[in-house]
Design a protein around this ligand. Sequence first.
Ligand code: IMP
Length: 427
Amino acid sequence: MGATAVIGAQWGDEGKGKVIDLLAERADLVVRYSGGNNAGHTVINHLGEFRLHLVPAGIFNEQTTCVIGNGVAVDPEVLIGEMDQLEASGIDTTRLMVSDRAHLVLPFHRLLDRLEEERLAEHAIGTTLRGIGPAFSEKTARRGIRAGDLADREALLKKLEAALTYANLLITRVYGHDPLQLDEIFAKCMTWGDRLSGRIQQTELMINEALHEGREVLLEGAQGTLLDLDFGTYPFVTSSHPGASGAYQGAGIGPVRIERIVGIFKAYCTRVGEGPFPTELHTSEGDHIREFGHEYGVTTGRPRRIGWFDAPMARLSNLVNGYTSVILTRLDVLDQMETISVCTGYRLDGEVVEYPPSGMTVLLRCEPILEQLEGWQQSTNDFRHFQDLPDNARTYVHRLEELIGAPVSMLSVGPRRDENIIVRAAL
Ligand code: IMP
């Protein structure tokens, strides 16, 4: 049996946590493959409401092994804090493993993230300030410290000294800030190493073995494709690959091992942080969606920017990921709208374009072409069958399906695990 990848299809916050929690019911392994604790998944289930940043949402299923893959940047302090919280709620975390190849987010990465955002001032990216960009930069610059390094204290001290020497040069000479102390960070690493020791493993072996044995593997995405380092709205992106290519690389499996690539789209768009957002709403409709949908960041609490569904962005997302099916979330948030607009293309210099251009200045010149659809003005929370939905809701779903270019398999009509409508059994 091949793996299933669950991928954020827009700018993150599409409701992947709920979908993973749901699909994890039948998964033997759930693997986080990219990002770090810049992500935030809300899971509401029979055990309560949880906000996870690093621990895969499969942790609530007793039979599921959860893996933080090599493609994730792991802040050990955050991970241990999350494990403590879960354990305090009676959830067993002994089934949680961390790849020895996963890079660590260390205190100097967090500091550098903040210092750089402050330096950029009005040009800032609007990062989550969790040190993710600097940690992935160190990884590609080949100065990173990996989870596996925590096991060898002597070697770790040398690596840490080299990494901190470089970081302190930046911290003191570029940003004029006080340097960070090696002994303090090393002492933290010792504590983290002790706490995480049994869990740090060659997880790619474990994942491939599970696939070989025909067990169900779920690859859990973080962020969204429009924040991808290559295909997102660069430079207003995150520093990893949230899409399908990140899924096999960040778990250590071959691409053809992924059988299903499920794109998670919201029924509208949101974005946090800076960067182009062609369909952004600055009207009371946007405020209504934000309040009705509680559109505030799980990680930073920032109000999310709201916009209409953006087909050019959705087409690109489908193009680079090749969705085998799509899950449309938060349809119920649009329940009260009189009319709903959808952006079908952009107008650029008098021409209609179907895909977003890569350059920011060009993208900023694109004007959304909006098509208006009638709202259904009725609660959809209690519907469980697609054919029972109000006609206008079905028309809306079919239109998005047509614009994305991939079949919708499920709709989410509320935050609870059971508030879903199966459209096609293609999951
Ligand atoms: P960073 O990932 O903290 O470096 O932030 C880079 C950009 O990605 C910023 O615009 C963030 O708001 C955005 N971002 C990072 N993680 C998430 C997420 O989980 N959901 C939505 N946006 C995110």
